[in-house]
Write a protein that binds this ligand. Structure first.
Ligand SMILES: NC(=O)C1=CN([C@@H]2O[C@H](COP(=O)(O)OP(=O)(O)OC[C@H]3O[C@@H](n4cnc5c(N)ncnc54)[C@H](OP(=O)(O)O)[C@@H]3O)[C@@H](O)[C@H]2O)C=CC1
Ligand SMILES: O=C(CO)COP(=O)(O)O
Length: 340
């Protein structure tokens, strides 16, 4: 049994706490809302994020961040990318021992263009940081808490650290693999949200499965192109955190990114979509970061460019699709050959 604190009690932090509590880990879930901690401790629900799901009684929550830091040797960060630095800074203020940091968020920071493991390493002094492991893959919280079979990957250059995380989470419905390609796993997990937004848009516009397959296939090509230029292993993109997560996010009604895209395609504004969603839609900020990354690395990313134009340049969704279809002709394998 390990002492684990999860930071962030949204859908994913709560679902992962469900798994950890069921696995018999000594688990504490931190939320910045103390009334939510009360609900989890006394009613064993987190209705705002997971509706009527009954949480295990062993899943204890707190609104006291210093207590959560003192409690554990393993910290699981489950807040949106935008909140990672703030939560790390609060943890840092209370640290007095080394800890293993696990992050489960899927995004890239615009402007700095940092991946989340890089942000954590910038915020937590080396003397307190045992290592950083990323846990990622096709895994909607709503299905994990129903104990439906789910597979993810734990990535760290140090295989032993990845295996420790594998042992923490693995059970009969939550299967965890390991991987040493942190860059590939983080890039795949973050950038699939862009493609899910784009697929949602085409669904909202009334286009069919041909458009969906086109975006998923060419989306994976542009994600891999960028990822490999950044140092990822090409094969990672055919794994759980690559094509696996791309499939689940582009095809599931649970995906906030897909749902947001669909509403945009139906003609709603970004503000209307975000208000209606009430949960994080990571792909919006990540589109900005990926647009910047494509320029920084000199990698063409036409789908990202089209979505950027919709989100930040007021181009209509229909016009963005027409621009994508009207691009110059090319050989399908042209850039992919270089990945081998
Ligand atoms: N949901 C899923 O199935 C999966 C999500 N992920 C990733 O996990 C990450 C978290 O997503 P998810 O749980 O779904 O998001 P949600 O929107 O469901 O929840 C986010 C949680 O973080 C809290 N939060 C936001 N900002 C802060 C802050 N500054 N300090 C403390 N807490 C904060 C929110 O609090 P409040 O209630 O006050 O807003 C909320 O509890 C994302 O990067 C997502 O891509 C990965 C795999 C699966
Ligand atoms: O990453 C996810 C599933 O693996 C969740 O995707 P959404 O954030 O689009 O809901």
């Amino acid at each position: 049994m390990e002492k684990v604190s999860v930071f962030g009690a949204g859908s994913w932090g709560t679902a992962l706490s469900y798994v950890l509590a069921q696995n018999g880990q000594d688990l504490l879930l931190w939320t910045h809302r103390s009334e939510q901690a009360d609900e989890i401790n006394h009613q064993h629900t987190n209705k705002r994020y997971l509706k009527e799901i009954a949480l295990p009684e062993a899943l204890k929550a707190t609104g006291d961040l210093p207590l959560a830091v003192r409690h554990a040797d393993v910290f699981v960060l489950a807040v949106p990318t935008k909140a990672i630095r703030e939560v790390c800074a609060d943890i840092r203020e209370n640290l007095d021992k080394k800890a293993l940091f696990v992050h489960v968020s899927k995004g890239i920071e615009p402007d700095s263009l940092k991946r989340i493991s890089e942000m954590i390493r910038e915020e937590i002094p080396e003397e307190w940081l045992e290592d950083v492991v990323v846990l990622s893959g096709p895994s909607h919280a709503e299905e994990v808490v129903l104990e439906h079979p789910t597979t993810v990957t734990a990535a760290c250059e140090d295989t032993k650290a990845a295996e420790r995380v594998q042992d923490l989470f693995m059970n009969h419905y939550f299967r965890v693999y390991t991987n040493t390609d942190v860059i590939g796993v983080e890039i795949g997990g973050a950038l699939k949200n862009i493609i899910a937004l784009a697929v949602g848009i085409t669904d909202g516009l009334g286009y069919g499965d041909n458009a969906k397959a086109a975006l998923m296939t060419r989306g994976l090509a542009e994600i891999a192109r960028l990822g490999v230029k950044m140092g990822a292993t090409p094969l990672t993109f055919s794994g759980l955190s690559g094509v696996g997560d791309l499939i689940v996010t582009c095809t599931s009604v649970h995906s906030r990114n897909w749902r947001a895209g669909k509403m945009l395609g139906e003609g709603k504004s970004i503000d209307e979509v975000l208000t209606e969603m009430g949960m994080v839609v990571e792909g919006i900020r990540t589109t900005k970061a990926a647009y910047q990354l494509s320029r920084a690395y000199g990698v063409p990313m036409p789908i990202t460019d089209a979505l950027y134009a919709v989100l930040f340049e007021n181009v209509s969704t229909k016009e963005a699709v027409d621009r994508l279809m009207g691009r110059m002709k090319k050989n399908e394998m042209e850039d992919l050959i270089n990945l081998l």
